[in-house]
Write a new protein. Structure first.
Length: 302
């Protein structure tokens, strides 16, 4: 492997009982929710209620949403354990003199997070396949869920690695992680709503359809909820939530350019945000490494 730290990280995580417990807990949740949906559907059909295919696809989206939320919530805990274990063993201090260590160190953590989350998704594929037999969900939807898992794993992993790289305390890094997640998820909505209110107040309640709408789209592209909304539209075919949000902001979401481009741009925006955060994390670890190699002895009292 080009990254020598990655093999060590994979071997250490593979031998850790934490990974097995995560897989068991993850699959147990997916199985419980799937069985609950199947039981509800069976009872409804036996009672004479009609269930449309859209209902089954909505249930599959709810099952997918649980998995995506699991990735976002479990990632900071995993990164916390990775960084705390390394600090206890003084691994960064031992290998800091090696050129390119900071980059390999950060990337090894990123690859490990994505490996764990993809492994969780693969472990749940048999349960999803069984659920799709009854619900009529195609294998394309399961693959699309896997792609969403990879996207959210990269974004959440980048936020967590950035937080634990710039913070000296684990508690502060954990809090910073969720502050950044809240800024992405809720802060972008607050910014767009503030800009809309200012535009309405300054232009006699007329929302501009030009530059301001484009600015709204660029801001919302960095919101992971937007990518989730695109996934919801693809799975269920229900465009009502997207229509309500876009109409509220004066965005024309019925255009061909929006339908075929915006959600792809939103996914690329999350990847770009993750790359920026990882770059800053590498830079921060590199600065820490140079300080370790060249300490400032002027601070030591004579």
């Amino acid at each position: 492997m080009r990254n020598p730290l990655l093999l060590t990280e994979l071997l250490r995580e593979g031998r850790n009982i934490r990974l097995a417990l995560m897989v068991i807990f993850y699959d147990a949740i997916i199985a419980f929710v799937s069985i609950a949906f199947l039981f509800i559907n069976a009872e409804s059909l036996s009672g004479g209620y009609y269930y449309s295919p859209a209902t089954y696809r909505t249930q599959f989206f709810m099952l997918s949403l649980i998995q995506l939320l699991f990735v976002i919530l479990i990632t900071p805990f995993n990164v916390w354990s990775y960084f705390s274990s390394d600090k206890e063993n003084n691994i960064p201090d031992h290998f800091v003199v090696i050129p390119g260590f900071a980059k390999n160190y950060v990337l090894s953590k990123m690859y490990l997070i994505m490996f764990v989350n993809v492994l969780l998704w693969i472990s749940g594929v048999p349960i999803l396949t069984l659920f799709s037999v009854y619900s009529g969900v195609s294998w394309r939807d399961i693959i699309r869920l896997g792609l969403m898992m990879i996207l959210f794993s990269f974004w959440a992993g980048a936020v967590a690695i950035f937080s634990f790289s710039v913070s000296s305390s684990g508690i502060r890094a954990f809090a910073l992680h969720f502050i950044i997640v809240a800024c992405f998820c809720f802060g972008t909505f607050m910014v767009t709503e503030t800009l809309r209110a200012l535009a309405v107040a300054g232009q006699n309640s007329q929302i501009p359809a030009g530059q301001l709408s484009f600015l709204f789209l660029m801001i919302l592209a960095f919101n992971p909820v937007t990518s989730g909304m695109g996934y919801y539209v693809n799975i269920t075919g229900d465009n009502g939530i997207a229509n309500a949000l876009c109409n509220h902001l004066g965005i024309n979401n019925s255009s061909t350019l929006f339908i075929f481009s915006f959600y792809k741009v939103a996914a690329l925006a999350l990847i770009l945000a993750g790359i920026i955060l990882l770059t800053v994390a590498v830079r921060r670890n590199d600065i820490h490494g140079r300080q370790q190699k060249n300490p400032d002895y002027s601070l030591i009292p004579e």
